[in-house]
Write a protein of this length. Structure first.
Length: 134
């Protein structure tokens, strides 16, 4: 199974993000340039800052099921969801081999890391970027 690339840790846009630190996938950063999201970047950043304070519960966060098991979804606005994974939860539940990310191999990745994978209007939007079917 091919591992999905995650960028180096990014600086949080919130003055008080709490202990959680984001890591942004290349796909997510490319999506921010898409016309659907470009005009809402400031709003996305504000909502991401809220999510980083409590990634288990903020923004109607929920664990995904079936082929997306191991990932989480949080509501940003309307039908737009932020798809992410928590290193702490992944390690605690032994999910490193389910939809593995490059950070699963890195022992120095902090447990309180939130891997921001993509923005999605629907689960189908994630297909193709990540090798979920293998």
């Amino acid at each position: 199974m091919q591992r999905s690339p995650i960028s180096a840790p990014a600086v949080c846009m919130s003055p008080d993000p709490g202990p959680w630190r984001p890591r942004f996938s290349e796909h997510y950063t490319e999506q921010l340039g898409d016309r659907r999201y470009r005009s809402r970047i400031a709003e996305i950043e504000r909502r991401l800052a809220v999510l980083l304070r409590d990634p288990y519960n903020a923004a109607n966060a929920e664990r995904l099921k079936h082929q997306y098991s191991g990932l989480r979804s949080a509501r940003l606005f309307d039908a737009t969801r932020l798809i992410y994974r928590l290193c702490e939860e992944c390690r605690k539940l032994g999910e490193q081999d389910q939809l593995p990310l490059d950070c699963c191999l890195l022992s120095h990745t902090a447990a309180l890391t939130v891997n921001i994978l993509c923005l999605s209007e629907h689960y189908a939007d994630m297909r193709g970027e990540f090798d979920f079917d293998e």
